[in-house]
Design a protein around this ligand. Structure first.
Ligand SMILES: [Cu+2]
Length: 133
């Protein structure tokens, strides 16, 4: 049991970059329209930028299930490799779960929790505690 677990860990650690999960971060600035943001998605895998992906960006509010219906938008390639641009038309400020659907060099789905305010968006950090009400 312990031996096979160790083997699994070693096997995962030696996976090539192409087999690692994609990672994403968001940088958003407010647009002239209320609750709409210009966002840049940075995709990477194994520490390297991940260009050439088909990226669609959706959003939902974890605290308000079913209350919002933000249609997923297709992101356009951005200025640098691994960057993608999308306009996110959110319906209010607060914590959103941004859902990235990736197709192409990777087929994956990533959920990013970000707090949107008048200035932009910051990742939601949870210190292992229950979410505050
Ligand atoms: Cu809401």
């Amino acid at each position: 049991m312990a031996k096979s677990a160790l083997f699994l860990i070693l096997a995962l650690a030696s996976l090539p970059a192409s087999a690692q999960r994609a990672q994403a971060e968001l940088a958003c600035t407010p647009s002239n329209t209320d609750f709409a943001y210009h966002c840049v998605v940075r995709l990477s895998r194994g520490g390297q930028p991940l260009p050439g992906a088909d990226v669609s960006v959706g959003a939902d509010m974890p605290s308000m299930p079913m209350a919002h219906n933000v249609r997923p938008v297709k992101a356009k390639p951005g200025k640098a490799p691994g960057e993608y641009q999308a306009r996110l038309d959110l319906e209010m400020l607060g914590e959103w779960a941004v859902k990235l659907r990736l197709r192409g060099p990777v087929n994956d789905q990533l959920i990013l929790h970000y707090d949107f305010d008048e200035k932009g968006a910051r990742p939601v950090i949870r210190s292992g505690r229950l979410p505050r009400k």
